[in-house]
Write a protein that binds this ligand. Structure first.
Ligand code: URA
Length: 245
C-alpha cells in the first residue's frame, strides 16, 4: 500500500487510486472499503513523476503501471506489460514496447523477436526463466502499453512512461544494462546518435555500465548484423565479469 505522500503524488499524476478508501478501511466496514473507486479519468492524465515513484515497492509499482492512464495508449491496450525475470538480476535488458503477442500475454518479448532474444541469452547461459540467480535476467520495455499497429513510440509516450522504467532499474539494481534498439537507447542515454555509432563501447546509466545493441526485431530483418549483436552481448558479459559479476 503506498504511503500518504505517495498516494498524494500518484493521485496528482492520475495513477490510481487502487487502494481502499482510508476512512472506509479505518471504519472496518467491508462494504464501504470495497466501494468502487472513482472510474478512471479519460486519458491523457498527468504523467508519472519519477520522484513520486522512487519509494514504491515492486507490487505497488506493478499496480501503478496496471492502472496507468497517463497517455492514450491505455485506451487500446489489452493489458500493460510490466517486466519479467529475476527482480534482483545482474543483467537487465531494456527493449522498446509490447507488440501484439506481448499485449495478449502480458509479458515482454514473447513474439518472434523474443524468441531470438531468448536464443541470444541462452548462448550466454542466461534466461528469463526461474533458475540460479546468476543466470537470470530481468527484461522490461521503455513503454508498458502496445502502440497501435506496432508503430514507433511517440516522444510524449516515452516521456510519460519513463518513470516506471527508472523505478524498475532502481529496484533491480542491475550490474549491467543492455539497451536494445533506438528507443531504449534514446531513453536511457538521452542521445539521438544511431546505434551503429554507440555500440562497441561501454556507456553508463546512473553509474550502471550500459551496452547498446540492435533490437532483435531489426536483427530478424537484417540477420547479417547478428554477429555484431553477439559481439555486444559478449562485451556486456566481459564488462560484468570485470566488475566481479
Ligand atoms: N519488442 C520489444 O521491444 N519489446 C517487446 O516486449 C516485444 C517486442
Amino acid at each position: 500500500m503506498p504511503t500518504e505522500r505517495q498516494r498524494a503524488m500518484l493521485r496528482e499524476m492520475g495513477i490510481g487510486p487502487w487502494w481502499p478508501d482510508d476512512d472506509a478501511a479505518r471504519s472496518g466496514d467491508p462494504a464501504a472499503s470495497a466501494a468502487p473507486v472513482a472510474s478512471p479519468p479519460a486519458a491523457p492524465d498527468a504523467a508519472p513523476v519519477a520522484s513520486a515513484l522512487d519509494t514504491l515497492s515492486w507490487p505497488a509499482l506493478r499496480e501503478a503501471v496496471a492502472q496507468c492512464r497517463a497517455c492514450a495508449l491505455c485506451e487500446r491496450r489489452r493489458q500493460t506489460v510490466f517486466g519479467v525475470g529475476n527482480e534482483r538480476a545482474q543483467w537487465m535488458i531494456v527493449g522498446e514496447a509490447p507488440g501484439e503477442q506481448e499485449d495478449l500475454l502480458g509479458e515482454p518479448f514473447v513474439g518472434p523477436a523474443g524468441r531470438l532474444l531468448d536464443a541470444m541469452l541462452a548462448a550466454l547461459d542466461l534466461t528469463r526463466e526461474p533458475g540460479p540467480p546468476e543466470r537470470q535476467v530481468y527484461i522490461a520495455n521503455t513503454l508498458k502499453c502496445r502502440p497501435p499497429g506496432n508503430r514507433n513510440p511517440q516522444p510524449d509516450e516515452l516521456a510519460r512512461c519513463e518513470p516506471f522504467l527508472v523505478r524498475q532499474i532502481q529496484l533491480v539494481q542491475p550490474r549491467i544494462l543492455l539497451a536494445m534498439g533506438r528507443f531504449a537507447v534514446q531513453s536511457l542515454l538521452r542521445t539521438d546518435e544511431p546505434i551503429g555509432r554507440l555500440r562497441g563501447r561501454v556507456h553508463a546509466y546512473r553509474g550502471v555500465p550500459l551496452v547498446v545493441t540492435y533490437h532483435p526485431a531489426y536483427l530478424l530483418r537484417q540477420p547479417a548484423d547478428k554477429a555484431k549483436a553477439w559481439d555486444d552481448l559478449c562485451l556486456a558479459a566481459e564488462t560484468l565479469a570485470r566488475r566481479g559479476g
